[in-house]
Design a protein. Structure first.
Length: 220
């Protein structure tokens, strides 16, 4: 009897969580729609609630305020890349192979439609609020993990550099270049999977060439 009650409670909890997750996806999709139509300054919790056919109370309960909601958008957008890095760093995969599999996902994150919408809105937001949210919930959460990958490459004798932050910056420059800004200003279509794959491999090869380790210094 007690087992049956426990199972039923667990099942109801799972259903509630699934329902909430679906509702959050709908609200966050509505937030992007309002953002693209009105910009960050013109976007309000009330407007998002209306677009999502949700109550103001639900939005404030789940997200706190507008900045909290957009922080959730940025965090969710970066989840796949962050999770990929966290998982890979727990393996014994060599660092450059991690970068090779990461690159296409990172390009997709930074040049995808949702990232473009967020960056366009941030550029037009004179308060700087959305830009700060993008930096804190996006770049600042991924950059330290990338730094760990590059440090592993150094420890493995694959790359040579003095400052890990500069090495990460170089990798991002080689991978992203002007792709994101050209997407934001409407001068470039969304990159294909084939393009992302090729660009990621190119970035790793160039990084290896620039931060080359002399043959006699490599770990054997």
């Amino acid at each position: 009897m007690l087992v049956t009650v426990s199972v039923n409670r667990l099942w109801r909890k799972i259903l509630r969580e699934e329902k909430r997750s679906l509702r959050q996806q709908q609200i966050e999709a509505a937030a992007y729609e309002v953002l693209e139509a009105k910009g960050y300054g013109g976007t309000s919790m009330q407007g998002i609630a209306k677009q999502a056919r949700a109550s103001n109370e639900t939005l404030y309960k789940w997200y706190g305020d507008k900045q909290g909601l957009f922080r959730a958008l940025v965090t969710r957008n970066a989840e796949e890349v962050k999770s990929h890095l966290e998982v890979e760093l727990k393996t014994d995969h060599d660092a450059l192979s991690i970068l090779s599999t990461l690159g296409p996902k990172l390009l997709d994150l930074l040049t995808g439609d949702r990232a473009v919408a967020l960056n366009r809105a941030a550029a037009a937001d004179t308060s700087g609020e959305l830009g700060a949210t993008l930096s804190k919930a996006g770049r600042d959460s991924v950059f330290p993990l990338l730094e760990q990958v590059l440090l592993r490459a150094k420890e493995e004798g694959q790359l040579r550099f003095e400052h890990s932050g500069e090495a990460v910056g170089l990798y991002l420059d080689l991978l992203i270049g002007d792709q994101q800004i050209r997407r934001v200003i409407g001068r470039l279509p969304a990159p294909t999977a084939e393009f992302r794959e090729a660009r990621a491999q190119r970035a790793v090869e160039l990084l290896r060439h620039i931060l080359v380790v002399p043959t006699h210094s490599r770990v054997t």
